[in-house]
Unconditional design. Structure first.
Lengths: 208, 208
DNA sequence: ATAACTACCGACCGTCCGGTCGGTACCATA
DNA sequence: TATGGTACCGACCGGACGGTCGGTAGTTAT
């Protein structure tokens, strides 16, 4: 139904292109990245790059779908094999966090540059993201049914979780104070048990 | 030391311009927003708008500083008057969350568009954001000293907190299922007590 | 009445960007 | 050694965008 590429170019080179483009877009943002920037990073000219891609927006769309594929393969699918919802949630948070801290770029772009797509592209990406969101919230719902969840709204909690994880891309730096594993572990701790020790606090009230 | 505006234009109109620009930039992103877009939204031409602003980047810089001003006035300053660190933290999270959910735009832009600034502008904004970050982390450090904090890294915890709060702008919608107050309350609950009920869980292990 | 200032606008400019097109050099395969 | 496909490139185009400039209409001050 849709116009395909005129020919079928080397697939490995295509993967290289996605990787290089993701890195640059991650650093400068989609709009601030020119097709020339990407081509130069690959030792090519713009015209040469257009041998592989069908347009700047479609390149972004492809990168995002690649990122969603990673999320499915490395987080959602393995997690779904875990029966206990708490263990499943822990695995998902850790694996997702590591995907972000690894800094390969696609998952972060996926989250930051949706508005750059055309509306139909946006719809498709949003739909796939929604499936992942529903999987996470479903796990929280299971925990709630089992009486293992605090008294929180599972939708808000899922967004809170995703907020913490996605925010990693803004502050986590390779070679910083925390390793990828430590950062993921910290998020799990905060998400699971919160910041404050439980116990006797005679009701915390914001109005002095 | 720096070139000022040629004259001193109406300050109220300037505020209107900031507000309108913030709304559009919030919706479309800085790069995708043209100076013309902003001018038209104000019933002006681009040339007319340039009577008030010195450049697109400086407009963004001004909006960000405006957002940081709001954060100081409505969150940091009032919070600093609260002696108990847990109550102070609760107030900060709630007030900050409400600033985001209100959707006026400046705080969200502040967080999403830093890369669009010139390096000196970036440095100034980052410095002011750092002061707010330090205030939050300082509060967590106080709680830690008092033995009231879980065993978490206060830096990671502060980023986690900010991640949840800033993420609100991506999912919270006026008139949605949750009111601004409810959303802020949910974040406080999650941040303070976590997702899982405390108690007997015979060690959550991620490996089956 | 006039000078000065504010608040704009129409027209224009240089630049950069996404995208195209007609090539060419280099393989394969037969 | 002809054929055809892959992997590029130089040159170019139209359009949009940030920004400028020389105005003008309206208001206020003297």
């Amino acid at each position: 139904m849709r116009a395909q590429k005129k020919s079928a170019p080397n697939n490995e080179r295509l993967a290289e292109i996605y990787r290089a483009a993701a890195q640059i877009i991650l650093r400068k943002g989609y709009d601030a990245t020119s097709v020339n920037d990407i081509a130069n990073a690959l030792g090519m000219t713009k015209a040469g790059l257009y041998h592989y891609i069908n347009g700047k927006k479609e390149l972004l769309f492809d990168i995002m779908n690649f990122g969603l594929g990673e999320l499915d393969e490395e987080v959602a699918e393995p997690a779904k094999a875990i029966a206990d919802p708490a263990a499943r949630l822990r695995f998902a948070v850790e694996a997702h966090a590591r995907l972000v801290t690894r800094g390969q770029g696609a998952i972060t772009i996926l989250v930051d540059e949706i508005t750059a797509l055309t509306p139909p592209q946006q719809r498709k990406i949003t739909q796939r993201k929604r499936a992942y969101f529903d999987f996470l919230r479903g796990t929280l719902d299971e925990l709630k049914s089992a009486g293992r969840l605090q008294d929180v709204d599972t939708t808000a909690a899922t967004f809170g979780l995703l907020g913490m994880i996605n925010w990693l891309s803004r502050w986590f730096r390779q070679g910083g104070a925390l390793s990828e594993e430590q950062a993921a572990d910290q998020l799990v701790r905060i998400a699971f048990h919160g910041l404050l020790r439980p116990g006797r606090l005679k009701s915390v009230d914001s109005r002095q």
